[in-house]
Design a protein around this ligand. Structure first.
Ligand SMILES: Cc1ncc(COP(=O)(O)O)c(C=O)c1O
Length: 403
């Protein structure tokens, strides 16, 4: 990746015709350092949040050794980079072919499930393998989450008890997992979920080897100010200590968003201004899926390259992406200078998670350029770190080949 000081240099020097992902590997490292050193268990990175090789490498460099994968392609990606990594196939619904290939070709031994049918599939597709770790996904409340995930997966009540017992008989090593929903704003969500899991384990009379508290750890977005990350970790540790599990029970977490959200912003160009609508070269089929479909609010700022000072007055704009689909739009409102015009760029912050990962090639768009930048993001959940300035490497707007 070419390295720049920040968005303005990228826009001025490259005048990019396609969206640019402004990446900050040092921030992935900082977040990984925080989780690896503070979380009292193992960190499994949820690859779906951002599968870019530079992200995976930064995590690996900081000691993340386990990866939550959800497809055979994600297995192949991580295994190709890190032969020693431990892969956990945490998608509760997999094809028999996917299970068999994960087991045989990619050395996956950890599988999630939430039904008896899936248990049977895993056993059959691995020829009754004796070296599996099976993790039962429980359904828990997502009330405190910005993005709810509870409807699709997870078992509960009497069905959960039956599945826990059957899984215990089938696997030498087993665990329970849940997901409190993405961007969960309140540590008490984990308390409630872990207590619900405890009740189920007692009712089913099942002893587990692993408690996996899932993802959901929050980042800072406009209008969303979660408490410090340490309070989430403290709460999980406190409740885990009181769970009815053996002393050697392992604690896992599967953060996605929190490890990567801050690390990438997206630079999109304005191709037309029509009233209070901005037509951009990026949108819902590109890097801005959540901004448009989930109406997520991202921080924005104008980047102008011709030296003219933008107006100090701002107003709210809606955005349209480059495809012909009328759903390719976000109401925002995105607050930007009133005189924003064609050729200006808009930087959308906090798009390291579920940003580039969601882009499609619909209508021939969706291509982005990757660069790294030193400039800091708008908000951080982690202790400040110095941006990397290799001796003489980042100078007033000179693009430099690094890494
Ligand atoms: C099983 C599982 N684990 C972890 C994650 C990561 O969640 P987050 O990005 O909210 O941390 C997800 C996200 O969908 C998930 O489905």
């Amino acid at each position: 990746m070419d390295h720049f000081t920040g968005a303005h240099d990228v826009a001025t020097i490259l005048q990019p015709d396609i969206p640019v992902a402004l990446n900050r590997p040092h921030l992935v490292r900082a977040a990984a350092r925080f989780f690896v050193s503070r979380f009292p268990g193992d960190i499994l990175y949820a690859v779906k949040a951002n599968p870019s090789p530079w992200v995976l490498q930064a995590l690996w460099d900081e000691g993340v050794r386990m990866f939550d994968v959800a497809s055979v392609n994600e297995c192949a990606l991580v295994r190709g980079l890190f032969p020693q990594a431990e892969l956990a196939f945490m998608h509760p619904v997999k094809s028999r072919q996917a299970i068999a290939r994960a087991y045989r070709e990619h050395g996956v031994r950890i599988f999630a499930l939430d039904t008896l049918d899936e248990l049977e599939k895993i056993r059959a597709a691995t020829d009754g393998a004796q070296d599996l770790t099976l993790v039962v996904r429980l359904r828990v409340s997502n009330d405190m989450a910005g993005l709810k995930l509870e409807a699709k997966f997870g078992t509960f009540g009497a069905e959960a008890e039956t599945l826990l017992r059957a899984t215990r008989q089938a696997a030498r090593t087993m665990g329970v997992s849940f997901h409190v929903g993405s961007q969960c704003m309140d540590p008490r969500a984990w308390r409630t979920a872990m207590r619900e899991a405890s009740d189920l384990l007692v009712q089913a009379a099942v002893v587990v080897d692993i408690v996996d508290v899932g993802g959901g750890f929050p980042s800072r977005y406009p209008g969303m100010n979660p408490p410090p990350m340490q309070t989430f970790i403290d709460e999980i540790e406190r409740v885990f200590d009181a769970m009815p599990v053996p002393m050697n029970c392992r604690l896992w977490a599967e953060p996605g968003r929190a490890l990567v959200a801050e690390a990438t912003s997206i630079l999109a160009r304005v191709d037309l201004v029509k009233g209070d609508a901005l037509y951009l070269n990026d949108g819902s089929y590109g890097n801005l899926f959540d901004a448009t479909h989930v109406k997520w609010r991202y921080p924005v700022r104008l980047v102008r390259t011709d030296g003219a000072a933008p107006s100090a007055r701002v107003k709210g704009f809606r955005i349209y992406g480059p495809t012909c689909d009328s759903m390719d739009t976000a109401e925002g409102p995105f607050e930007l200078p009133v005189d924003i015009r064609e050729g200006d760029y808009v930087e959308f912050g906090m798009l390291g998670a579920y940003g580039v990962a969601m882009a499609t090639r619909f209508n021939g768009y969706g291509e982005s350029l990757d660069v790294s930048v030193a400039e800091m993001p708008c908000a951080s959940m982690f202790p400040p770190v110095a941006a990397p300035v290799a001796a003489g490497a980042v100078r007033g707007g000179t693009p430099l080949k690094q890494r």
